[in-house]
Design a protein around this ligand. Structure first.
Ligand SMILES: C[S@@+](CC[C@H](N)C(=O)[O-])C[C@H]1O[C@@H](n2cnc3c(N)ncnc32)[C@H](O)[C@@H]1O
Length: 238
């Protein structure tokens, strides 16, 4: 199976691909927070949050509005410029740090009460499993790792990016929630599984029609020290 997030356009650098994609439209995403984030992080006490592949900043700004100190990371300078403007408009720019970084090469230093990866998929090479394992290692004891992604659907509908008008990449196989959870290789007994499920939400399809699409979400809470994981992954994904 092709790893989700590892797309067909393997030779194109991630920054080049995503900057061009964002530059192709004044706004790509809704600016609203993702439903899985709202549902599963809405009740958490604010602390330090890391948003991986933060895009135009909808999630990061929502978290900042709820008192989180947020680090938003993305490979696209264009997206980060929009995210920064959104934070200023929302009056929370003091609570968010934006970092341009290729997560395939480098992972942010630090530990967090919440690490969120929402639809961290890409048509160009992206070692998603490796990144998500590093994400788990950046969660403090008592903290939460939240991973949402597209679920496989019938041909043409429901696959990665199927609701992103110019963004269909049906060739990418997408793991189920259970596969995402297993791929993290979390230490037994070290984590509580808060959610591991598929869910439906309404979406706008490329032809403008509105329908339902399937996504999946994994949320795990770190219970104690995981011997396999350092307290901070630091730079370099190896
Ligand atoms: C499908 S978008 C999701 C954006 C946002 N999380 C959301 O839910 O609206 C994937 C995001 O991951 C970013 N991304 C892709 N490859 C990346 C990489 N290697 N390092 C950092 N960010 C990357 C893209 O620039 C894009 O903003």
């Amino acid at each position: 199976m092709v790893e989700a997030g590892f797309g067909a356009l393997g030779g194109v650098p991630a920054a080049e691909f995503w900057d061009a994609r964002y530059a192709g439209a004044p706004q790509i995403w809704s600016g609203e927070p993702n439903v899985a984030l709202v549902r599963l992080a809405g009740g958490l006490a604010p602390g330090r949050a890391l948003d991986l592949g933060c895009g135009e900043g909808g999630d990061a700004v929502w978290l900042a509005q709820r008192g989180w100190q947020v680090t938003g990371v993305d490979v696209s300078e264009v997206a980060l410029g929009r995210a920064a403007a959104l934070a200023v408009a929302a009056g929370v720019d003091g609570r968010v740090v934006w970092r341009r970084l290729d997560l395939g090469v480098e992972f942010p230093v630090g530990v967090f009460e919440l690490v969120s990866a929402q639809f961290l998929h890409s048509e160009v090479e992206l070692p998603r499993v490796r990144i998500l394992r590093a994400a788990a290692s950046a969660v403090v004891v008592g903290g939460t790792l939240l991973v949402a992604g597209h679920a496989m659907g019938p041909a043409g509908h429901g696959g990665a990016g199927a609701d992103h008008a110019d963004h269909g990449h049906p060739e990418v196989e997408l793991p189920s929630a259970a596969e995402v959870l297993a791929s993290l290789e979390l230490a037994e007994g070290g984590w509580e599984v808060v959610a591991c499920e598929e869910f439906e939400r309404s979406a706008r399809w490329p032809d403008g029609s509105v329908g339902m699409r399937r996504d999946n979400v994994v949320a795990v809470r770190r219970l104690g020290a995981d011997e396999r994981l350092p307290d901070s992954p630091g730079v370099g994904l190896g």
